[in-house]
Design a protein around this ligand. Sequence first.
Ligand code: TEU
Length: 586
Amino acid sequence: QSIGRDWKEGVLYQLYPPSFKDSNGDGWGDIGGMLEKVDYLAELGVSAVWIGPVCDSPMEDNGYDIRDYYKIHDAYGTMEQFEELLVKLHKRDIRLVMDLVINHTSDEHAWFEASRSSKDNPYRDYYIWKPPAADGGPPNNWRSFSEESAWELDERTGEYYLHIFDKKQPDLNWDSEAMRQDLYEMIRFWLEKGVDGFRLDAINMISKHPDFPDAPQDARHPRGQQFYKNGPRIHEMLRELHEATFGRYPGTLTLGEAPTVTMDEVVRYTAPERKEMDMVLQMELVRMGKDFGDPWKTDPDWSPAMLKESVVRWYEEVFNRGAYALYLSTHDHPRMVGTLFGDRAGVGGTEGKSCNDAAAKAIGTFLHTLPGTPLVYQGEELGMPNANYRSLQDYRDKGTVSAYQRRLAEGESERDILASLHARSRDGARSPMHWTGGPEAGFTDGTPWIPINSQAKETNAEDEQNDSSSVLNHYRQLIRLRQQSPVPARGDLNMLELEDEWLFAYVRAAAEERWIVLINFSNQSRSCRIDEKWACLIEQGELLLGSGLATSGFPKSGISLQRRGDRKDDCMLDLLPYQSAIYRIS
Ligand code: TEU
C-alpha cells in the first residue's frame, strides 16, 4: 500500500454521516452517498477521512449511542458497502478513520439489557451502578451534558446507573476486566477489516474517581467533570487499550477527543514513547466565544488575543513533545465562519456572500498554516454558513430541544432563546452538505432529516468546483501547499506581536524554508506598525497564496506596506477586510 506518509503531515477531513450525502432518497446520509463522493474528497487532497459513527444505533444522539458494534446501521447501508468504501478510499490514497464510541453504549445494547436485568447478572459490572443516597436520591450531585442529574434510577433493581451524556447513553465501567476484553475484541474486528484509524470519542472520561464525590454546587458545566475527566487510571487504561489493539496494527492512527486537558496531560497522552494515543484534538479554538458556565451563552470577554494565546501555548508546550489535530469547526459546535468571526465581525449582515467567503478563506489560511494537523469539517471547505433555522421545529438535537423547553418554562422570551440557539446549537453545523444549488441542495431526492440551509443556492460544491476564486479552490490550494512544503507540518512558530488584536502575523520556519502568514480577522480595513525587518522580507518575498474581500485585483497585488516618514517603526502594514496572505521569505 502506498499509504505510508506520517499522519501528522497530512490533512484530515471529518465526514458527518447523516448530513453528507443520501443515495436512496430516505433523507438520511448513507454509505452509498459516501461512495459517490470519494472523487470529490480525492480532488480536495485530504489524506484521511474521519467518518462519524455508522454502527447500529437507536439514533438518540446520531449514532453516538451504539446498540451493536458489529453491525452497520440499516439506514447507512451494509457491511459490504462499508468494505467497498474502504477499498475505494484506499485506491485514492485516502485512509479511513472510524469513530470509536467506547465511553458509553446505547441503553439498548445487549450488554446493558443484561446488566440492568438483575444485580447478579454477569454483565452487571459492565456499567456503573450505585445504590440511592440516604434520602433515596441520586448517589451524588453530578450533572450530565443535558443539564440534569448524571444518574438514572432503574426501577428493576432499585439502583442508579451513571450517564455522563444522555440517559440513553449509560457509561461503561472500565474497571471491569471482562468489559475491557470484550471491547478490545470488537476493536480488533474492525482493524482486521483494514480500518486505518480511530477517533476515540470522549476518551479522557473513561476513568472515574473511585469515590464518586459530590462536586461544588457552582462548578463549571457539566458539574462533576473534574472527577471523571483525565481520571486516576486513565493512562494505565490507554496503554492497555493500545497494547491489546492498535499497537498490534502498526500505522493505525488514534485521535483522541479529550475536552478540558492541561498541556502536560496532552503530552502524556501523545508522547510516542508512551504508546497511548497518536494525537489529541485541540478543542480550545472551537469552544472559544462560549461561556463555560452556561453553554447557551456567549462569552462577553472573548477577544482574538485568546486565539493567539491558545495557538502559541499548544505550540510551545506540546508541538515538539506530543501531537494534536486542529479544527475550527465540527459537528458539536456551530460553524466558525458564522460565530467567531462572522457574527461578531459583521458577516451575515448586509455584506452577505462575498464577506462570508472572505472570512471562510481567512479561517482556512489560519487552520492550514498553524502547527498541528488540520482537520476540515464537511462544508467548511465550501464556506458553508451556519444553518439559518428560525423555529424550534427546525432543530433535531435532543439537548437543544430540551434546553429550549427548560428556558421557556423559566420565563425567557422565545425570541431570545431562538437567538441563542442560532448562535450556539450544534445543529447549526449539522445541516446537510450543499452539493448543488438545486432542490434539497443535491443532498437527497427525498425529504432531508433536518432542513437544508436556504443559503445553498449561493454556496455549493457544483458552482465552486470550477470557480478559481471559490472557497473550495482556496482550500485545495492550501492542501497542495502542505503537500509541497515541509513548513506547515514541521516548521516552528514565531507569533509576531502587533498592536491590533484583529491582525495576525506569524512566521513558520523549517530547516529549508520560511513563510510569513498575515491575516486580518475583522471586516474592516486595518493598519498597524510592523518591524522594518519583516516589511522588507515581505516585499522581497514570494506570494504563495492570498485571499480577501476584493477578489478582482487579488491576490496578485498582495498586501500593502507603507513607510510614513523615515523612522524605522513607521512602517505600516495595511490589510483589507478578511485579507490573508502567505509569503515565502528568505
Ligand atoms: O462529544 C463529547 C464532548 O465532550 C462534548 O463536549 C461535546 O462537545 C458536547 O456534546 C457538545 O454539545 C462527543 C461527540 O462528539 C458528541 O457528538 C456526542 O454527543 C458525545 O461525545 C457523546 O457520545
